[in-house]
Design a binder for this molecule. Sequence first.
Ligand SMILES: Nc1ncnc2c1ncn2[C@@H]1O[C@H](COP(=O)(O)OP(=O)(O)OP(=O)(O)O)[C@@H](O)[C@H]1O
Length: 225
Amino acid sequence: MLPLRLEDIAVTFPGLPAPVLSIPSLEIAPGETVAVTGPSGSGKSTFVNIVTGLERLQSGHARWGETDLAGLAEGRRDRWRGENIGLVMQDFHLFPGLSAYDNVLLPARLAYAAGHDRLARAKALLDQVGIARHDQKIETMSRGEMQRVAVARALLREPAIIVADEPTASLDSASGAVVGQLLRELAETLGSTLIVVSHDERLVAPMARRISLLSGAVIADERKG
Ligand SMILES: Nc1ncnc2c1ncn2[C@@H]1O[C@H](COP(=O)(O)OP(=O)(O)OP(=O)(O)O)[C@@H](O)[C@H]1O
């Protein structure tokens, strides 16, 4: 299990007077469930990009255990992310023309990591997220079903870390509630760290910790109970 330690993070863009994300120090323990919240433009997506290594750090460090993402070139960051992070995005990133089952397996197949156990796990995960027709083409599914397939795909490799960026933003409230609960249950089963970026209070409220961003800075960091 991997603790996260951010140090001296400052993300700037040319022409902007202040960093869009500035975090002197922040730690997240293995297995924590954390909501990252804040108004539009406060730096939430930038935070996701930094902790997942989707964006290269210009300054500071983002350490997951012994691995400092700041020290890895893009290819190695991509590989590390595939092995350690299950990513769920707002707009699913699923592939039309493929079935639910093949979508769940695609990233693992591309990484030559789809052995027999993974094929069985793909089926079990689809059942767990309530998708009965594994061979249904993705483009014929409802948005709530698509997001559940995306959750199953993110969990296939039993990641130590699950990061979800506005996972319910394009879902109706009932589907959003199901996806939120699934993420928490699956993270708990695996003992994974769960980081959910959202405005959605129903998604944020059950999380044990809430980090609030404003203008790129952490303005509150609260734990329940
Ligand atoms: N490549 C870029 N060049 C210039 N400014 C950028 C770039 N990427 C992000 N920003 C700015 O950084 C700030 C933070 O953006 P970010 O997408 O992280 O916010 P957010 O909290 O996720 O917003 P939203 O909830 O609207 O998605 C915004 O003001 C945005 O305009």
